[in-house]
Design a protein around this ligand. Sequence first.
Ligand code: ADP
Length: 657
Amino acid sequence: MFASVLIANRGEIACRIARTAKALGLRTIAVYSEADADALHVRLCDEAHLIGPAPVRESYLSIERLIEVGRRARAQCVHPGYGFLSERAEFAEACAGAGLVFVGPPPSAIRAMGLKDGAKALMERARVPVVPGYHGERQDPKFLKEKAYEIGYPVLIKAVAGGGGKGMRRVDRHAEFDAALEGAMREAHSSFGDPRVLVEKYITAPRHVEIQVFADRHGQAIHLNERDCSLQRRHQKVIEEAPAPGMSAAVREAMGRAAVEAAKAVGYVGAGTVEFIADGAKGLRPDGFWFMEMNTRLQVEHPVTEAITGLDLVEWQFRIAAGEKLPLAQSAVPLQGHAVEARLYAEDPERGFLPSTGRLVALELPEGEGVRVDAGVEAGAEVTPYYDPMIAKVIAHASTREAALDRLAAALDRTLIAGPRTNVGFLAALCRAPEFRAGRFDTGFIDRNLESLGALPRPFDRAAAAFGALRLIAREEARVAARARLVTNEACSPWDVDDAFQLTGARTTMLPVVVDGEAAIAHVQFQDKATRVSLDGVAAASDATAVESGEAMFVVRRGRQTVVRLKDFDSIDVEHLDDSGLVKAPMSGKVIAVLVEPGVEVEKGQRVAIIEAMKMEHALQAPLRGTVIEVAVTVGLQVAEGAKMIVIQPRESDKEA
Ligand code: ADP
């Protein structure tokens, strides 16, 4: 076994690799960009090296800098994780050139599988079923259109160099082919620097089923069962599970054999995944699946395989890279129960799943029997726009699929994330979606069910907003009380708000707030020392959690975040008071301080009085500069909204101007 490893990655995957590497006694060497100086993976590893600024091209994708660190830190091997350089043959070669063992397949295998057309041709020769289509050299539009016609619509145009669903276009009609081809080629060119495409039959109701394979340097290859990754959005996996619903021993065996053949055909070594597409409309059949591509690395979703097999796939990777034989024979590979993984993202399902950045003001990840969490961040960390906004993966394992889904849904319910918006509520809704639970789903499931999954724009959560307002009132009360203790100890002080409110008894007031950037009015009722808040007639929620950060209250209810702030009166006063110099009460309340007296000069924006309403203080500002000519109120006085408080005479010179 190796003595040390350079982990050429960040976040959740770097943490995952470090965990096993440490357990195996390896010295762990992390790399980080300037944006990741405080990242969890940096602290988790034995040592860490800065490799450059935040942009990935200058840090995590810089082969030169990574190799340099590997040399300097005297690493014995390099684990690339997934994403970044994990499938770049040049990186594997550069490692070898620097005397570092690359924990992954040989560069030749990466290359053989790197382009979809070449990989398909290779698979056909190895008698692995591939999706019917054209994956040859010719790229002229007229020829490709003819091929599409021969294949039969619908067809899928795919970038030969594609990945992550980019450069892919579904075409339903012959007349639409030209435009789709042009779009696919343009996208392929800009994303991968290679405009070439292939055309294949579009499988309606497709299921994505992939096989985890492992091969050693001694010519042996086995598979560790399948994963179903059909729950996707824009061809990106959202929920993955193992085993695949509806999988029979016969189909598993046929698929597993095809995957092992695929690995052997390219002289594969290490962990890899062979992705197949199956026709979900007809169920999983031994002759109803086709090779899509092979990922020559560890997968994001490897934990579901670890759950059902009880194996540590990263440990296997290290052992095989160190030259050991495969630890198990095919017949000894376990398959226990069912596991489901959900990818927790900082994104906003209600706004097209747009990445949502910002500081994680709260992060409570679930624990419990049969629940595993792979996280790459901690509370307080910043989700930046530089990297993938994944926060964590939550994996549940149980004896049955039903139980695993229940366990995952419950774990997601216990997850609290505030700051950036997240997909946690959406994921929990997916786990509970009846059709998905019944095993009736394909890769279009999410798109067809956005509304019932809560992934369309909705009005803000009134109950959560009212709860946030209630918490803001409590915070202001605490602030006023703290100030009162500082200012005076006298019980009859005007700062003693509790006293003041007992005198006034029950009453209802309006509290202007800002909810998710929208102005709203909370109705606040004080009675018998209890405060009740409602918004548009909806009472404050009792099943919400609020986290305070800065001036805002982040309320999380059923996985959905609502941000509530008090409307800032200070700024309103200057802008909205008339320019005659009349300072009016912006709301009904009690005058708790008068900061000027007749005859004094004031500047525009200067605080002239403080009124207290609903147990909160609001400073009133001079709308213009001039001289105070009248003070119409005294401390302790109750004033009605709009009442005259102070009059300022504008300065002569200003009036003339
Ligand atoms: P990428 O490398 O860009 O991720 P893949 O070839 O792996 O592209 O395909 C990604 C996803 O696109 C698959 O998981 C599947 O949902 C869908 N897909 C791919 N090929 C087909 C096809 N022939 N018919 C229908 N859907 C397909």
